[in-house]
Ligand binder design. Sequence first.
Ligand code: ATP
Ligand code: MG
Length: 366
Amino acid sequence: MRIDALTLRGYRNYREAAVCFDSAVNVISGRNAQGKTNLLEAVYLLSGGRSFRTRFDRELIGFEEDFATVEADVFSGGRAQRIELLLRRGGKKTVTINRVKSTAAELSAVVNTVLFCPDDLNLLRDGPAARRRLMDLAICQLRPGYAQLLADYNRLYENKMRILRDYREDPAMLDTLDDFSDGLARASARIIRYRASYAQRLAAAAAPIHREFSGADETLGVQYRTVSTVTDPTASEKAIYAQVCAHQLSHRAAELASASCLTGAHKDDLEITVNERSARAFASQGQTRTAALSLKLAEREIFLAETGEAPILLLDDVLSELDAMRRDFVLNRIGGGQTLITCCEDAHLAEKTGGRVITVDGGTII
Ligand code: ATP
Ligand code: MG
């Protein structure tokens, strides 16, 4: 899939801008604060209707504007398609796909992206939530029912937390505690199977990328970690459910005492190792960055293998902290699909990738 043309009106610092993209590599170049990330964000918006920088659509609208539009000609599923987004200050956004009013969720059937931004450089150092998000965002794009499953899980979790927090004031609340625990165990079993299978694929796809990336002397390992009683996270839903319930039962008293939810998929993590040692504890800055990038590039490969289409790769400011060898690796590796990569005025970069250079200056595209 690819984006051929993009038009922005009133979006962030773009009053009105139109840009055509190359089907391979596009280098978005410019000084700081000119609109490079904003442009990437607009493309990201086409793949699910949300920004990666804010939950609030109103922040995407230009300071002086009442509304913003993002319109794109894309090629996906073997045909030309058109996406139009309208964001209104104080109103709901509207999405149309091929002139038909659609939901934001339907966008991901047309455009998929894999984003790597400076925050992701800390993927391995951050808490487990960042790594759950890595899995969840990818699985959401691959499995249509998964987003709903996560939403259901979060609702059950919130309800259970409310009981654990407030039952002392209102003991009658305890009547429904076991129902919520059971619902969470059931949903956990389903989530665990999805995540375990994705983690396996991620491990297989990321290891060779990382090996090449590091000049063949590092081995990247990815291990899925979930509820401790689960012996095989790829087993049947029924088997996992039983094991989660066992954990749940043995922690029931502790949950009531500590007012926290101790069992379930909300505590999952990915354990990442470099040369068999915990990356979080021992890897260098450069190694953790390389590993994070390998995981994202693996995501694109998994998606390609599964759907036959490479998602659009969005790389925001990723090169600045890598040594020359690792930089070259990134630049050699990003072919094989459409890529948008931002950088601060680096003429060599464009030469190396053979890509199209798009220069951004104060919200205008030159
Ligand atoms: P850097 O190299 O520092 O990452 P950048 O080119 O990626 O810079 P952007 O993050 O795209 O810069 O932001 C460019 C400018 O857009 C910033 O100066 C910011 O103040 C401005 N901006 C952000 N949101 C809005 C908005 N809603 N309306 C108008 N301008 C905005
Ligand atoms: Mg930026």
